[in-house]
Design a protein around this ligand. Structure first.
Ligand code: FES
Ligand SMILES: [Fe+2]
Length: 331
């Protein structure tokens, strides 16, 4: 079994929304590593957060033409992390150890992504509709929850909890049975489709209306989920939830939706209703034990209706074992 950090370091994870990274360097955290990210002339850069000279916090530094300049003594680092300037001795050679650990960094889909390993094991998720100009997006503030990234994805994929946890938002307490559904295993993830009779709140005191909604779930391992909502009453939209692991027991989730750009009122409705829905999830998820995503099925009992989160967990266990995600796991 590989360690948590070893298993997930070779994947890309979001560490910030693009709109959070302005002209100042920004602190980030991923799999136990403290990072600083900043905008270079040509893209984004991610390095260790603390200066190689005497450990100052580079988030307090400045982005200058040559790179990132520490505020303590002005040492300046290029985007590959190597020190390019030591102002206290301008003529002397720069010591070879004067470098920051630097990591792969990319900006895509409104997010800053980082991969800590020397070689990424997989490309970024493929979400062309976010780049072809056909959709607008609206993001929630980062969800800062004390749960594991794997448990976060499982709750996004959990079909059965809708009628229980989401009572009062969109859950339909009349619909407790989950009809059988198929889960397609893909080389990089999973796909499943169900229809759920969500409850849309009635206007002006009218009783809630059933909004038959087709839900299409797509997972890209290890921690990205895309969830397309095709309701009959409410607006068609797609939710993207990407959990970014800080440690085995703590994550932040980047959560946003794409929608038709003509729906001007969508962002307000989405943010308000989604925050209420996610608060219902958070209360349950933060209280789950163990906090770490279980590495086997021995401590919990699953049934057929849990098929999608189970298949997801199988894939995550495969990654921890260093196996392909679509291969069967012994036991
Ligand atoms: S600690 Fe950063 S330049 Fe000295
Ligand atoms: Fe939920």
């Amino acid at each position: 079994m590989r360690s948590y950090e070893e298993a997930f370091s070779p994947y890309w994870h979001p560490v910030a929304y693009s709109h959070e990274l302005k002209e100042r360097p920004l602190a980030a955290r991923l799999l136990g590593t403290e990072l600083v990210v900043w905008r270079t002339g040509s893209g984004v850069s991610a390095t260790q957060r603390y200066c190689a000279h005497r450990g100052a916090d580079l988030c307090a530094g400045d982005v200058v033409g040559e790179g990132l300049r520490c505020a303590f003594h002005g040492w300046t680092y290029g985007q590959d992390g190597r020190c390019v300037r030591i102002p206290s001795q301008p003529g002397a050679p720069i010591p070879s150890g004067a470098a920051l650990r630097s990591f792969h960094a990319a900006e895509r889909y409104g997010l800053i992504w980082v991969c800590l390993a020397p070689q990424p094991a997989a490309p970024l998720p493929h979400w062309p509709e976010l780049e072809d100009g056909s959709a607008a997006t609206v993001a929630l503030p980062r969800l800062d929850w004390n749960i594991s990234a794997g448990r976060m994805v499982e709750i996004v994929l959990d079909v059965t909890h809708l009628s229980w946890v989401h009572r009062g938002t969109f859950g339909n307490p009349e619909q407790q049975e989950v009809p059988p559904y198929e889960v397609e295993r893909r080389p990089d993830g999973l796909r499943a489709q169900i229809t759920y009779p969500a409850l849309a709140p009635g206007l002006e005191g009218a009783p809630p209306k059933v909004d038959k909604t087709m839900l299409t779930y797509e997972v890209v391992f290890p921690f990205a989920a895309r969830l397309a909502f095709k309701p009959t009453l409410f607006f068609k939209h797609t939710v993207f939830a990407i959990a970014s692991p800080w440690s085995e027991e703590k994550m932040q989730c980047f959560y946003f939706a794409s929608y038709h750009p003509g729906l001007r009122m969508f962002p307000d409705i989405f943010v308000k209703s989604e925050l209420a829905i996610l608060e219902q999830d958070r209360l349950v998820a933060e209280a789950q034990r163990p906090r770490a995503h279980p590495l086997d099925f021995s401590g919990e009992v699953h049934v057929r209706a849990d098929r999608l989160p189970i298949e997801y967990r199988r894939g995550v266990i495969a990654l921890r074992l260093g196996r392909p995600v679509d291969a069967p796991v012994p036991g």
